[in-house]
Design a protein around this ligand. Structure first.
Ligand code: SAH
Length: 228
């Protein structure tokens, strides 16, 4: 404790966070079409030290159910959204997953607890290197971070069982759909940057056909593009 604030995530902080997630799942159950999230996802949320992914001044509220600043005008999503997006991917221990928008590395760490390998791309160089350092320090050896524009995916490691985009895109990037395995799932906020978006779930079936549906209204920072 420093000045009365808890500076690391206590068991109580994490328990409160999980309760908040479950409450919000209950509130949105008709929109998201489910009353519960995967137990493995909840266990991963309970395990990852969220306080290590935010600045020192925000540690006391790291487990509150809201987004937090991570510098460069970017934010780490609220725990409920991280849990929901992870659940929508239907992660398996042998999955290979791509994330677009590494940010702090928090979502990558949650996925790293759930799947075999996470590839994550971040367009802001300074965030890519600090997230990479943090993830290695915390022992997440199954996350590989790269600096670049994730609109194009990561063809060298494709196809993926799941792709998660944590920035708002004006449309679903075709390269990401191409880089999904048959049976794979893409979770992405689509809509006006700066406004609200639809969190979309895109599924590629065994025969290669693609279907998509909207899950929930969300508000993400924009997917930006590198200049050609
Ligand atoms: N998943 C992050 C939240 C990131 S906020 C976390 O858990 O902390 C969205 C991130 O997407 C920002 O860091 C932003 O710089 C990044 N981003 C925006 N456009 C991008 C693009 N085209 N390719 C890769 N990253 C992008």
């Amino acid at each position: 404790m420093v000045n009365g604030f808890s500076i690391s995530g206590t068991a109580a902080d994490r328990k409160t966070m999980l309760h908040d997630i479950l409450d919000e799942v209950e509130l949105t159950r008709y929109e998201i079409g489910k009353a519960a999230l995967d137990e493995r996802v909840l266990a991963a949320m309970a395990k990852v030290p969220r306080e290590r992914f935010v600045g020192a001044y925000d540690r006391y509220r790291a487990f509150a159910n809201g987004p937090l600043p991570i510098g460069y005008g970017q934010t780490i999503s609220q725990p409920y959204i991280v849990a929901l997006m992870s659940d929508l991917l239907e992660p398996r221990p042998d999955s290979i997953v791509l994330e677009v928008g590494t940010g702090s590395g928090y979502q990558s760490a949650v996925l790293a607890e759930l799947v075999q390998q996470v590839y994550s791309i971040e367009i802001i160089g300074a965030l890519a290197s600090s997230a990479n350092e943090r993830l290695q320090e915390l022992g997440y050896g199954n996350v590989t971070v790269r600096h670049g524009d994730g609109y194009h995916g990561w063809p060298e490691h494709a196809p993926f069982d799941g792709i998660i985009v944590t920035a708002a895109a004006p449309h679903i990037p075709p390269p990401l759909v191409e880089q999904l395995k048959p049976g794979g799932r893409l979770v992405i906020p689509v809509g006006e940057p700066g406004g609200v978006q639809q969190l979309m779930l895109v599924e590629k079936r065994g025969d290669g056909s693609v279907s998509s549906r909207s899950i929930l209204m969300v508000a993400f920072v924009p997917l930006t593009r590198s200049q050609p």
